[in-house]
Ligand binder design. Structure first.
Ligand code: AMP
Length: 145
């Protein structure tokens, strides 16, 4: 079955075009990392390719290689900045696989011993909270996180 066409109107495509705001953690030529607006943990970051890929299955391998290296860099920085005990990485493909936004993304979730992820309520965090966390993580990135 041919891959479904990329939807240029999806939320992350609009963020990449600058049509919607985000709380940026890192931007390179190929990758954007920003705070999840409905975080399941303090410091929940999304890492996306700038290439218009729908899922992990259809991104070209070179872009995926660049992306996963940035996911590692963000995960290290999140862990250091927020003094986490561990990190959970999520990545979902297609609605059947749990994907809601049809632009490839990795979730980076800092974890602390005996602390559960927050339930999914649809509640958004306040911009100032997200900005403070993003600044901490960006600070760790700047020092090699
Ligand atoms: P999923 O496609 O299921 O992997 O999840 C999409 C993620 O995007 C969810 O964790 C949402 O909270 C998050 N999200 C949706 N809209 C925005 C937005 N405008 N800015 C940041 N994160 C978002």
């Amino acid at each position: 079955m041919p891959a479904q066409a990329y939807d240029e109107t999806n939320i992350f495509a609009r963020i990449l075009r600058g049509d919607l705001p985000c709380t940026k953690v890192l931007e390179t030529d190929a990758v954007l990392a920003f705070m999840d607006i409905m975080p399941r943990a303090d410091g929940h970051v999304l890492v996306i390719p700038k290439a218009p890929a729908r899922t992990l299955l259809d991104i070209d391998p070179g872009s995926l290689a660049t992306l996963i290296v940035e996911v590692q860099r963000i995960a290290r920085a999140v862990k250091q900045a927020l003094v986490a005990d561990g990190v959970t990485i999520w990545q979902f493909n297609e609605p059947a696989g749990g994907q809601e936004v049809p632009h490839l993304h990795f979730h980076v979730l800092p974890r602390w011993n005996n602390v559960e992820l927050r339930p999914r309520t649809g509640a958004t965090d306040k911009p100032e909270v997200l900005i403070a966390l993003a600044e901490k993580i960006a600070g760790a990135l700047a020092t090699g996180g």
